[in-house]
Write a protein that binds this ligand. Structure first.
Ligand SMILES: [Zn+2]
Length: 322
C-alpha cells in the first residue's frame, strides 16, 4: 500500500495523501521514476489507493479487502497494466485498452490503466494515447511510468501530473524496510549467527521496551523526585552487560530524535516514530545532543567499573538538569 512508501518517497507520499483526503485525483499521472527499483509496485500502490475506499479512511481496514486482493492477483477488471510487447508498446495494445475502457466502471468509481515503460510507446502508440489523454473521460485515470521522461512527447508530459520519485538505491530501500529490531540486530551482530540469535532473543526485545519506558519516565518527570525510580531501573538493568546495552539503545534513540527534529529519515527507531516526535517537540536540538553526550560519558564509566546503581542515579539527575 501507499504507506509502504512513506519513508522512501516522503514528498510524493504526502502529496498523494493530501490529494486522497480531498478526493482530488488528477486524470493522468506520469511517474518520473528515476530508476527507482520499486516503481511498478509504487504505481500499483497508487492505483489501489485510488480504487479502494478503505485507503482514504483507514488503510488498516484494507488487510482483508477482497478488492485489493483481486488487484494483487490481476483479476480486477477496472485496472489494466500495459507493458512493452517485445521492444515496443504498440498501438494495438492501446486500442484494445480503449475498447475495454469505453464502458463505465462497475466495480469502483474509477478505472485505471498503468503504462509501464511508457517511453517505449512507438509513435503511433504515442498518438493514440495522446488522444485518450486529451479528452479525459470522467473516472478514467492514467498512470504512466518511465525512467526517461524526456523520451516522451512533450504533449503527453504536459497533460499529466508529474510525480518525480526520489532516487533511492536498492540497499537503502532494503534497509528502510527492516523493522527496528532487525536494524538493531545488524548493528549489534558481527556474524549471521549472532544476527539470528539477536532476532530470536526475547530478552533483548524486553530490554529495548524497558529502555523506552525509562526514557519516557525520565523525560516526563523533570524533578529530582524521580530518583525514587532508581531502584526499579537498577533491578531491570542489573548487570553491566545489560546496562551497557541499555545505554547504547538510548544513544541510538536520541540520535534518531535528532534526525526527527531536523527532518531526516530515522536510522533505527522507525517503530517508535510517534514517541520520537514527542521527544523532538519537547527538546531543542542542543538538549538532545547534550543528552547524547551524557550517555556517551556514562558508557565510558561503565568500562572503568563504577557501580550501576550510581550510574543510573547520575543518568537520571543529569538528564533532569539539561
Ligand atoms: Zn483495499
Amino acid at each position: 500500500m501507499l504507506d509502504d512508501f512513506k519513508v522512501n518517497q516522503k514528498v510524493v507520499y504526502q502529496m498523494l495523501k493530501n490529494a486522497g483526503a480531498k478526493r482530488q485525483f488528477s486524470h493522468a499521472y506520469l511517474i518520473d521514476a528515476n530508476h527507482y527499483p520499486r516503481k511498478l509496485e509504487f504505481a500499483m500502490a497508487l492505483a489501489k489507493f485510488i480504487l479502494c475506499e478503505n485507503h482514504y479512511s483507514n488503510p488498516d481496514n484494507c488487510v482483508n479487502c477482497t478488492q485489493c486482493k483481486r488487484i494483487d492477483d490481476g483479476n480486477f477488471t477496472e485496472l489494466k497494466i500495459i507493458s512493452p510487447d517485445g521492444a515496443w508498446i504498440k498501438k494495438e495494445q492501446l486500442e484494445e485498452l480503449q475498447k475495454q475502457f469505453s464502458t463505465k466502471a462497475i466495480e469502483s468509481s474509477y478505472k485505471i490503466y498503468i503504462i509501464n515503460e511508457a517511453e517505449k510507446m512507438n509513435s503511433s502508440a504515442s498518438n493514440s494515447i495522446l488522444k485518450f489523454l486529451e479528452e479525459p473521460e470522467p473516472g478514467i485515470i492514467a498512470i504512466l511510468i518511465t525512467d526517461n521522461m524526456y523520451q516522451l512527447l512533450d504533449t503527453i508530459i504536459s497533460r499529466c501530473q508529474v510525480i518525480s520519485l526520489a532516487k533511492v538505491s536498492v540497499e537503502t530501500e532494503k534497509r528502510n524496510q527492516l523493522t527496528t529490531i532487525e536494524k538493531l540486530a545488524f548493528f549489534f551482530s558481527k556474524t549471521g549467527e549472532e544476527y539470528q540469535e539477536f532476532i530470536q532473543d526475547e530478552g533483548k526485545k524486553e530490554q529495548i521496551e524497558y529502555v523506552m519506558k525509562m526514557i519516557q519516565e525520565i523525560e516526563k518527570n523533570k524533578e529530582r523526585s524521580i530518583l525514587k525510580e532508581n531502584k526499579y531501573w537498577t533491578s531491570i538493568f542489573n548487570d553491566k552487560e545489560k546496562l551497557e546495552f541499555a545505554l547504547q539503545i538510548m544513544l541510538l534513540f536520541y540520535k534518531d530524535a535528532v534526525q526527527e527534529k531536523i527532518g531526516l529519515s530515522l536510522e533505527f527507531m522507525d517503530d517508535y516514530q510517534e514517541f520520537l516526535k514527542t521527544l523532538a517537540e519537547q527538546n531543542t536540538t542542543q538538549q538532545l545532543c547534550k543528552k547524547m553526550e551524557l550517555i556517551m560519558e556514562l558508557r565510558k564509566r561503565i568500562k572503568i567499573n563504577i557501580n550501576q546503581n550510581l550510574l543510573i542515579d547520575q543518568l537520571i539527575l543529569s538528564f533532569v538538569e539539561v
